[in-house]
Ligand binder design. Structure first.
Ligand code: SF4
Ligand code: SF4
Length: 290
């Protein structure tokens, strides 16, 4: 008789705040493992993510969806993974961002997120908007959008946080972070960098492993798109951007930004997009590594 292995369930709530949906789409495009493996199968043998709530892909809507969110939170207090996609609008008591109506009143995302964050076992801020504010918090930021870390600090919420930035984030960065959580629990401080990003994925500057690096060293710079050469003159922010894109590549390892002739626009860094704009303007020489 075959022994039956007990499967450990990890409930997860995926909360979409001020976002474009791109982070979800990027993760759903994961190839190995595919999103069906992540959501239905055991991502680690004997361990399974139980995604309880995701507004884009769930069947429930309206009051049924609100009830599902509340029930999932109540039933799994201090035991669910909270995945946040998008920044949190906080201006005017969060009035610019609401997802649900309760008792005839619109509930601000900020109110919902505060409650969800307090009772989660760990939070993943997925994408640069959730991690650092990103596009949603770009100047002049009339909605007062901010990233999850800033939001939690302002409310003295101490739930462990992992930032998985990117505009959008690579699917491997998400699945790798989830797999590590299931295997080992929340990361130790030394496993995250100063911006709470897993060092496994965000440890080295793009510039360090860039296939155009030899051109940079030789002083051969492209002056228009499509030319061979380092893309520094065309605004590449690879020297100040930490991610493993040159090694991992995108679309199941097919290509990546610089491979396709586009400068890195620093989509994983806290300064994106304001501090790295204009995207196609040469980086200040003082930002280059020695
Ligand atoms: S500046 Fe950009 S294109 Fe040039 S070597 Fe560095 S990362 Fe590659
Ligand atoms: S190469 Fe740069 S802009 Fe492109 S995905 Fe990686 S970090 Fe983002």
């Amino acid at each position: 008789m075959l022994a039956t292995m007990k499967i450990e369930e990890f409930p997860a709530i995926w909360y979409q705040a001020a976002n474009c949906g791109g982070c979800s789409i990027s993760i759903f495009n994961s190839v190995s493992p595919g999103i069906e493996n992540i959501l239905i199968d055991e991502i680690i043998p004997g361990k399974h993510i139980n995604l309880r709530f995701h507004t884009t892909i769930m069947a429930a809507e309206g009051n049924a969806a609100v009830r599902l969110l509340e029930n999932s939170k109540k039933a799994n207090e201090d035991n669910y993974i909270l995945i946040v996609e998008g920044a949190i609008p906080t201006a005017k008591n969060g009035t610019y961002g609401t997802t649900v109506n309760k008792d005839g009143k619109r509930v601000p995302m900020a109110t919902q997120l505060q409650s969800l964050a307090q009772d989660a076992s760990v939070i993943i801020a997925l994408g640069t908007c959730a991690a650092f504010g990103g596009i949603a918090a770009a100047q002049p930021n009339p909605t007062g959008c901010m990233g999850v870390d800033q939001f939690l600090n302002a409310r003295r919420i101490t739930t462990p946080l992992i930032n998985v930035p990117g505009c959008p984030p690579h699917p491997d960065w998400f699945t790798g972070t989830i797999a590590s959580l299931l295997l080992y629990g929340p990361p130790k401080p030394e496993e995250l960098d100063e911006y709470k990003r897993p060092k496994t994925f965000y440890n080295k500057p793009i510039h360090e492993n860039c296939p155009r690096r030899a051109y940079f060293e030789e002083g051969k710079f492209a002056t228009s798109f499509g030319e061979l050469g380092c893309l520094n003159e065309l605004g590449c922010k690879g020297p100040v951007t930490y991610a493993d894109c040159p090694l991992r590549k995108w679309n199941n390892g097919i290509n990546w930004c610089i491979g396709a002739g586009s400068p890195c626009i620093s989509c994983c860094e806290p300064g994106f997009p304001d501090l790295v704009s204009p995207f196609y303007q040469k980086l200040n020489a003082t930002s280059l590594p020695l």
